[in-house]
Design a binder for this molecule. Structure first.
Ligand SMILES: [Zn+2]
Length: 149
């Protein structure tokens, strides 16, 4: 982990930024990693409801969404490249690979939600739709964190 990339309004981490190369030389493409329990649950519920198919259909039918999703992929790669350069991490094994199925498929909503939380609205169109969909269950602007054990 490099740093916390997004926090709940209460201060608890929602997503972390991870190194392109983990200790031991393991390449790790999921640079924005969802960690907030409520956020993880909300993304899992949407996946369990079979909504990913809807998002994939949207990608094939809506040119604007598709183009924005490709930009989200480029943004992801640029973000990681900057990190890799700063940390001196080798990116050879993950070059061109982002996360969540980008740039052409929706495969992991957790990864897309993490990018949206770290980079903000407008960075990833599917992540934006996802946050909107789960807003009754999870939102970065409303603390619904479980009390600490
Ligand atoms: Zn909270």
């Amino acid at each position: 982990m490099v740093c916390v990339g997004a926090r709940c309004v209460c201060g608890r981490p929602l997503a972390v930024v991870t190194r392109p190369l983990l200790p031991g030389g393991i390449p790790f493409p999921t640079t924005c990693y969802l960690t907030g329990p409520e956020a993880v649950k909300a993304a899992s519920h949407v996946e369990a409801d079979g909504i990913m198919q809807e998002y994939n259909d949207l990608l094939s039918s809506d040119e604007t969404i598709r183009a924005a999703y490709e930009r989200a992929h480029e943004l992801y790669l640029a973000f990681r490249h900057e990190l890799a350069v700063r940390l001196g991490d080798d990116e050879d094994h993950i070059e061109g690979i982002s996360a969540g199925g980008m740039p052409v498929r929706v495969k992991c909503l957790h990864a897309l939600m993490a990018q949206t939380l770290v980079m903000g609205p407008g960075a990833n169109p599917i992540g934006d739709l996802l946050l909107e969909r789960v807003s009754q269950e999870f939102s970065p602007t409303i603390c619904r964190c479980a009390p600490e054990e």
